[in-house]
Design a protein around this ligand. Structure first.
Ligand code: SAH
Ligand code: SF4
Ligand code: F3S
Length: 478
């Protein structure tokens, strides 16, 4: 029988954080092995991701640790350990989690061994944790974004105690390298280059739940990518809330453009993507690097948020409509086939019809290859939440529909222009509906389905786009 006080005895705990976590992985492994013997079967887990790519990368870290401990991944939430890695960027992301927790509770009533864990951005909000403590007593483990590297340690606590374990930190300056991670795809991977955000756009909760901006050391990033490539990865996505400000807070500052140049040199790596770029920090140096690079994909995600300079100022975005248009012009002058995609928020407090028309005007001028459109969602604690003139729902809905219709028309027209071309495609998976087809992704991030078998998965091949179906293509291998 493994006991909590023995496991946490001071003389047993290794000194460095990474050794400490490997120690807890071993302890958890022993506990899980005991449970397996008791039950006569393996224990299973399911990690469900609700948020962005960074959230997804965090989930891969959880999965890496769970697999080392001996848990086996389950196909569904019928598992012994279910974790929700939550998002709180918009209210509906929140509601989804509460809704699904009720459903998990029913499962737990049928499986007394079941454990439920909650982590991610939503858990960094005090009112959420209070609600969980009061109304969702069946949850076993709650932790946040800053202490995710302590997952093995927290899991040991949860496994050895009867009550709910809650551990949320306000912030951290730690970046713990070299913990296990298990990739969802064997041929592509996200790579964090920085954590947190310092921008405080007035509508956005991310800086409050992800903490201050911290860049990883370039040496650690390069080493991680080299290892990934040695392990079969051909495409990486560099992740950060504002990659254009990468490296500014390092002891030896380095720019994002320089980092890209270093990454480009890694032999065997074929494709480089990155997100997200904040327009205010997009440098000419970066555009030069994009123009020269053979590996960086021709896809630039450049969130606009609004086309009205007045609204942009209230959003604290620190660029104007004209600045944005100029950036697009500069990118296209150097890299004419660069696909440009964006995020747009409709219904920010005080947005007038004129402001909205400015947004439509940018959409017409830039002709985005695709755009994610969002209805403004009030996030408690952000400056915009207390701004006056919140826009009525029906007005927002009407603007949203008009914007979406136009954005979709343009993106279909743009997509159609590539019909007939031969493009290079990374084959990602077998088609879900028709198993004679595989699905691949173009450099510009569009998707193509074409006849092929699973042996192609993970390869970069040439495909002719024979037909454009609006948002995707049908093709043939050439
Ligand atoms: N760091 C990125 C964005 C991360 S959040 C950037 O600065 O571009 C992803 C997108 O969610 C944002 O681009 C924005 O369009 C949207 N978003 C963020 N907060 C929102 C809110 N309160 N309501 C609606 N959409 C929001
Ligand atoms: Fe949010 Fe702005 Fe930071 Fe993006 S840059 S995460 S929108 S605060
Ligand atoms: Fe990502 Fe959502 Fe957090 S967008 S950073 S998971 S609030």
């Amino acid at each position: 029988m493994i006991r909590l006080e023995d496991v946490f005895a001071e003389n047993k705990l290794p000194e460095t954080e990474v050794d400490r976590q490997y120690y807890f992985i071993q302890v958890a492994k022993d506990i899980v092995a005991e449970k397996e013997t008791e039950l006569g079967r393996k224990l299973t887990f399911c990690v469900n991701t609700f948020g962005c790519q960074m959230n997804a990368r965090d989930s891969e870290k959880l999965v890496g640790i769970l697999e080392q401990i001996g848990y086996v991944e389950a196909e569904s939430e019928d598992a012994d350990f279910v974790i929700y890695n939550t998002c709180t960027v918009r209210e509906n992301a929140n509601n989804k989690v509460y809704g699904r927790l009720g459903y998990l509770h029913n499962k737990k009533k049928k499986n007394p061994h079941m454990m439920i864990g909650l982590c991610g951005c939503m858990m960094q909000e005090k009112h959420v944790v209070e609600t969980i403590r009061k109304k969702y007593l069946f949850v076993d483990l709650v932790f946040g974004t800053h202490n995710i590297y302590k997952f093995a340690e927290l899991l040991v606590r949860a496994l050895l105690s009867e009550s709910m374990i809650v551990d949320i930190w306000e912030d951290t300056d730690q970046i713990v390298e070299d913990l296990p991670v298990e990739r969802k795809f064997h041929f592509k991977s996200g790579v964090n280059i920085m954590f947190g955000c310092n921008n405080f756009c007035s509508y956005c909760i991310v800086p409050y739940v992800r903490g201050r901006e911290r860049s990883r050391h370039p040496r650690d990033i390069i080493r991680e990518i080299q290892r990934l490539v040695a392990d079969g990865v051909v495409e990486i996505m560099l992740l950060g809330q504002n990659v254009n400000s990468y490296g500014k807070n390092l002891d030896e500052p380095i720019t994002f453009a320089r980092l890209l140049e270093e990454i480009e040199k890694i032999p065997g790596l074929q494709r480089i993507r990155f997100m997200t770029s904040h327009p205010k920090d997009l440098s000419d140096e970066l555009i030069e690097v994009l123009a020269k690079s053979k590996k960086i994909c021709n896809h630039f995600h450049l969130p606009l948020q609004s086309g009205s300079s007045r609204v942009l100022q209230k959003m604290n975005r620190r660029y104007t409509k004209e600045d944005y248009l100029l950036l697009v012009e500069k990118i296209r002058a150097k890299v004419p086939d660069m696909a440009i995609t964006t995020d747009i928020i409709v219904g920010f407090p005080g947005e007038t019809e004129e402001d909205f028309l400015e947004t439509l005007d940018v959409v017409e001028k830039v002709r985005f290859d695709s755009a994610f459109t969002f209805i403004y969602s009030k996030r408690t604690g952000t400056p915009a939440a207390v701004m006056e003139e919140q826009v009525p729902d029906d007005v927002v809905k009407d603007r949203f529909d008009r914007l979406l219709a136009r954005v979709q028309e343009i993106s279909q027209e743009k997509a159609a222009m590539l019909t007939g071309e031969v493009v290079s495609v990374l084959v990602e998976e077998q088609n879900g509906q028709d198993n004679t087809l595989v699905t691949g992704r173009l450099g510009n991030n569009a998707v193509v389905h074409f006849p092929g078998d699973v042996s192609l998965i993970g390869q970069i091949i040439s495909v002719r786009l024979t037909e454009c179906k609006g948002f995707y293509y049908i093709g043939e291998q050439v």
